[in-house]
Design a protein around this ligand. Structure first.
Ligand code: HEC
Length: 146
């Protein structure tokens, strides 16, 4: 099993460096995210959503201070339960489509990222341009997944 994973990772790296229709890897954060590495959507999603919706959570200093740490842990747990970019490949087409179809609505109505989070992480505030990039990407992926 481990060997298979290592082999697969190797193939992925080689395929990635040969590079037609690249899937992955801007940085360690979105290794398994189905996004072209140069896309704005990828950057936005990892920057604004990755802490709660992937297994690459960067815990800020105050994340170690209770009760803030409990609050963050809850968000990460709940957030990941709903949507985990790190598990993206294991989602069924139906699940992918569901997530993709809700993403644009949630960011357009400012429900994601949660305001309490952007208050502490100004870099996660989305500009109109960011939203358009993500909405465009989600629409495209949703069609591909069908
Ligand atoms: C502070 C942590 C946090 C951040 C940052 C965050 N989310 Fe969430 N997200 C959650 C939590 C918690 C839930 C589940 C509870 C809820 O729906 O409010 C959730 C739910 C969701 C859902 C619902 C999934 C479903 O199937 O119903 C989507 C889609 C989503 N988030 C997208 C995003 C996107 C896109 C971003 C970035 C622009 C983002 N989130 C940023 C915490 C976060």
């Amino acid at each position: 099993m481990l060997k298979a994973i290592v082999a697969l990772a190797g193939v992925a790296v080689i395929a990635g460096s040969v590079g037609t229709g690249q899937l992955v890897s801007v940085g360690p954060k979105n290794q398994r995210l189905p996004l072209a590495s140069n896309s704005e959507a990828a950057q936005v999603l990892m920057q604004a959503c990755g802490n709660c919706h992937s297994d690459h959570t960067d815990w800020p200093w105050y994340g170690h201070v209770a009760p803030v740490s409990w609050w963050i842990a809850w968000h990460v747990r709940e957030g990941r339960k709903q949507l985990d970019f790190s598990q993206w490949e294991s989602y069924s087409a139906r699940q992918k489509i569901d997530k993709l179809d809700s993403i644009c609505g949630l960011i357009s109505t400012a429900r994601m990222p949660p305001w309490a989070y952007t208050a502490m992480h100004p870099e996660a505030k989305l500009t109109e341009e960011n939203k358009n990039a993500v909405c465009g990407w989600a629409k495209e992926q949703s069609i591909v997944a069908r």
